[in-house]
Structures are given as C-alpha cells and as structure tokens.
Design a binder for this molecule. Structure first.
Ligand SMILES: C[S@@+](CC[C@H](N)C(=O)[O-])C[C@H]1O[C@@H](n2cnc3c(N)ncnc32)[C@H](O)[C@@H]1O
Length: 300
C-alpha cells in the first residue's frame, strides 16, 4: 500500500520535472532524451521500492539507530520554520541573473538568464530532504563540512542550521562555479547570519585538485553538482585521501541516470567503503572500519 502510494507520487513528480525540461528543451535535454530518462527513472524507482526495507530488516546497530533516531524522526522542529523562511525569501525574489551552466556531461559553457525564484524552485533540495539533511547534521554533530554545489544555498542553510546546534566550532565550505548564483547565495546566507559558511566560487575540479586538499579532513561531504559518472568518480577519488573513520559522504541523485547508477555501483565496491545506504535520492557512504561491508536500501 505504502509502496503503491510512493510510486504514484513519484511518477507525478517525474512528469512535472520532465514537462519543465520539455518547455525549456533548447537549452537543456531534447524531448526524446527527457522521456527516455523519465522511463529510466520510473523503472529504477520501482526496482528501489521492490528492494527497499525499513528499520525492521536492519541488524546493524549503527544503521538501525541512524534510521530510527534520525531518518524517521517525524517530530516537528522550530528550525524547520527558519529553513522555510530561507526558501520562501528566494521564491519571492523577482530578480534575474545570468547563470553559467555546468550541467552534467556538458562540455560547452552556456550562459542563460534565469529568475532566482525559478532556480530555487527547480535546482535546490526539496523541503523534505532539507529537513533530513538538517537532522543528519544535528545527529552526527559534524565539525567540518564540504558541499559540492551551492546553487542558492538551500541545502547549505540546512547544514548550517543543523551544525549550529552543536557545541563544536563548525566550518562549512561550499563550492559553486557560477559567480552570479554564488553572489545570491552568499547574500542570502549572510542575511540569515550563517557566518560559519565559507562560500567559494570555483570550478569543482580546480578546487579539488589543489594539493592542500590531501591535508584536509571533512566529517561530511555533500556531493550535489555535476551529476555525471565521470565527474562523480573523479571527485570521489580526489577526496578519498581526506577520509577518516567517521567521515560521512552523501551523493545526490544516484539514480538520476544509468550513468549515475553506474557511478554508485563503483563507489559501493571501493575497498575503503564499508556501509552504504541507498535512499533512492541519496547514497550515503561510510568508511567505518569496524563495520562489515554491507549495502542497505532504505525508504525514508
Ligand atoms: C543541483 S545544484 C546544487 C543545489 C544545492 N546543493 C541545493 O540543494 O540547494 C548544482 C550546482 O552546482 C554547480 N555546478 C555544476 N557543475 C559544476 C562544476 N563543474 N564546477 C562548479 N560548479 C558546478 C551549478 O552551477 C549548480 O548551481
């Protein structure tokens, strides 16, 4: 019953996403590709629903506690209102900006005028995911966070708010290639007093190829930009030297395309990776040496 409801909701969401792309196809995907991609995602979501489980099928205490205390924590939180306020102020922003498009797989640098409100509506994290990211941030008490793909800072605000609750001195570094998009995000984050966020305008490659990266460690890395197999695996390899036993990595859109699914399979097989959790939208990766290698597929 729950699975049927999830499938119905997901298919209407895909139709909405696909029609957005079709109305805009000169600058993005062609219609056939969009439909092919939609069919791929329907198949992939049905496969996910078929294999996915809830906490009752999980024997690992680490994963069980994460699921029950964090993923499935349905209690309302005051901070969600602030997240909503952040989103709302972007949705009410009537200005337009020139965006530099680094879309997945695109080697051509395109320039487009876009409404800030439209970017907030289509490119950012959903309300539900932002709340989950907030809870993950509170749950693990991260001290050092790297976000790859800022856009307007919707996910950044969830990370910033969640990590603000900890006793620790927290630093969030967020990377964005488009200077105009980053300018809006930076201004927005400042208005909300998220002073522990360091906004860096850079191409991901050039930041991650810097030799200083090897000497850094991040408690959380949120990968949410350039959703192609090649780029995802390249970032994965470049960042492997930064892991600690407690690092948590979250990959967005692991089932977005056959390419991204292939990247996810490769990541799961990596010898340093122990536990993974596939929530359909996200792939969570853990490197805890005390855990046996195990891959979970969990409905959230
Ligand atoms: C999906 S959006 C990020 C959404 C954001 N994390 C959120 O949830 O609100 C991805 C962002 O990454 C940027 N981007 C994509 N590829 C990039 C690259 N190779 N270098 C720098 N920025 C890139 C895009 O400009 C876009 O703003």
């Amino acid at each position: 019953m729950i699975k049927k409801k999830c499938a119905r909701r997901f298919i209407s969401y895909l139709f909405l996403k696909t029609s957005l792309k079709i109305s805009n196809f000169h600058s993005y995907l062609c219609v056939t590709e969009a439909i092919k991609n939609m069919l791929f995602q329907i198949k992939s979501y049905l496969t996910f629903l078929w294999h996915s489980k809830n906490e009752h099928a999980v024997h690992s205490p680490f994963v069980f506690t994460l699921i029950t205390k964090c993923f499935y924590d349905k209690k309302p939180k005051e901070d969600y209102l602030l997240l909503e306020k952040y989103r709302q102020s972007l949705l009410e922003n009537t200005s337009t900006i020139e965006v530099s498009d680094f879309g997945a797989g695109s080697l051509v640098f395109k320039s487009n005028t876009r409404a800030v409100a439209q970017i907030a509506k289509t490119a950012g994290i959903s309300v539900k995911r932002a709340q989950l990211l907030y809870r993950i941030s509170v749950y693990f008490q991260f001290k050092s966070i790297l976000e790859i793909g800022t856009s307007l800072g919707l996910a950044t605000s969830a990370l910033a708010l969640g990590s603000k609750l900890t006793e620790n001195e927290v630093k969030i570094t967020t990377l964005e290639g488009c200077p105009n998009t980053m300018a809006v995000a930076k201004n927005q984050l400042q208005q909300f007093k998220f002073d522990h966020v360091d906004c860096i305008t850079t191409q991901f490659d050039s930041y991650l190829k810097n030799d200083k990266i090897d000497a850094t460690s991040y408690d959380l890395i949120y990968f949410d930009g350039n959703h192609s197999e090649k780029a995802t695996l390249a970032y994965f390899e470049l960042l492997i030297p930064t892991i600690t036993n407690d690092s948590v990595w979250i990959f967005d859109d692991i089932h977005w395309s056959a390419d991204m699914e292939a990247a996810w399979e490769t990541i799961k097989q990596h010898p340093k990776v122990t536990v993974t959790i596939d929530t359909y939208q996200w792939g969570l990766v853990f490197f805890r040496r005390e855990q046996p290698k195990e891959h979970f597929i969990i409905r959230t």
